[in-house]
Design a protein around this ligand. Sequence first.
Ligand code: FAD
Ligand code: N01
Length: 530
Amino acid sequence: MSAKHMDVVIVGAGFSGLYLLHKLRELGLSSRVFEAGGDVGGTWYWNRYPGARCDIESMEYSYSWSEELEQEWNWSERYSTQPEILAYINHVADRFDLRRDIRFDTRVAAASYDEASNLWTVELDSGESVSARHVVMATGCLSSPNLPDIPGMADFEGPTYQTGLWPHEGVDFTGQKVGVIGTGSSAIQSIPVIAEQAAELVVMQRTPNFVVPAHNRPLGADEIAETKAGYPALREQARDEAAGFLGSTVTIEAMALDTPEAERTAEFERRWNYGGLRFMASYPDIGMVMEANDTAAEFIRSKIRERVDDPETAELLCPKTYPAGAKRLCVDTGYFEIYNRDHVHLVDLKSTPIERITAKGVRTSTREYAFDAIVYATGFDAMTGTLDKIAITGRGGRRLKAKWRDGPETYLGLMSEGFPNLFLVTGPQSPSVISNMIVSIEQHVEWIAACIGDVGDGWIEPTREAEKSWVDHTNFMAGLTVYPYADSWYMGANIPGKPRIFMAYLGGVPGYRAICEDSRAKGYAGFTVS
Ligand code: FAD
Ligand code: N01
């Protein structure tokens, strides 16, 4: 643990950093992981809010690179809880003896490239520094929790919580009046659980979300055995699906708008009853044409109206200002039904905005709500936020944050020109958050590890031309879809002053993989290697 120089510095010990460490060891390279948190897990270490679980089915939201691991681990539910995913990641760390090369409670503050030595110097928040030939940012897309800047936040006398920084010891809301600000995925998962404890729960909603049911349930021994028996083929199939999970490719050829309404509704109903994110992969035009999208949106709204007793509350919960799926679709367990309980209230912040946080609670334009505790379910500075916090300096003293002032610029989401040997796992302009992230993480880790092995003591960076055309291509692909029509975190819209640009690649997981593999097969086409 005391070495000052290594082949590779890895920042982050989530799914990405752990697999990369393992992979680099296989290549005989020395590497060290620096992790700001106290243990492994990344997302699943930090997001301990009640109700946290995955929205990709457990048997798919897991590593595929070790057959033994795949066979020995048993998931208990269709969608795993945060504690179970964290237990899995801990099991992986122990089983592959990863911890000995990880330094916890250590934040990387800066990384700078020296052209003369072709080395990176990585500065830690302890004041120490280490050097490495290569640096890999396995820092996560959703790892910088966002606290809004609401006047008076420091005045509140009770405890406050951000879902992405939940206390390890948990929180007991029994008998309390609780306010939750936000209605994204974190809120939608936590609200039904908090409501079970709280004496009164007030949900403060600025924008309602499109939500599909999880239909979560325990996994039976037979289906686990069946999946395990067919794992290699299932994993291969997932890698060939548009978003890296089974059922994410649109297979129906007819357009929604050309399909008779009764038939279309029956298809939506079938997907609704199956549950989960497959809902959006129905017709080819749903993600591309607003009018087609609205057929799916209206179906979801009809379900909200069925589930919520009070028509006024139901209308407030119906998203109407952006296309379905253009913000990350939420997957729920009992979310809407919670509004049928007498002790749960919805406040519409669009018509009655928050004016300030007070000593006792939250004051909107019409009244003050008194709370014992406030939960900020207010999301993340996604994709670029975590990288922006590290002072990354490349060739000629150029800062990555400055280069990305008008939006991230990468080639394939893997590297950025002017920053040799600096790799990004699931970086901006790769499928990342649009996909089953484990599939995308594995693909990136394998590409990066092979590249580092090939480059050795040399260097690699993208050409400016390749990078510019990739950024243009990414924007072009986004422009073909309805995604840019929502004020989403995908677009940077949730962070004041952040450039508005769609930050992920929408060309699909298999096509993207083929482009990466093609580049490598052609001796890293689009990159300069020395
Ligand atoms: P992370 O898990 O974010 O790990 C990055 C690590 O880097 C963190 O531990 C962080 O502390 C560390 N780090 C960052 N900066 C520094 C620094 N400067 N110095 C040191 N350490 C640093 N994806 C799916 O595909 N399916 C899901 O169902 C799903 N559910 C999710 C649920 C929640 C609540 C959230 C927030 C995200 C979810 N995601 C899901 C996305 C999830 O982030 C990824 O699936 C995956 O866990 C990311 O792994 P990672 O290792 O790339 O990043
Ligand atoms: O964050 P979000 P999240 N005043 O940004 C509101 C993954 N994830 O943590 O929409 C009032 O989606 C904001 O309102 P608006 C998944 O990829 C997955 O919930 O900006 N409200 C919004 O309602 C997900 O997409 C799971 O108008 C304010 C909410 O806060 C991503 O992480 C579970 C506000 C933020 O929603 C982020 O999800 C959890 C303000 N000043 C997370 N500022 C799974 O299910 C913000 N809001 C797998």
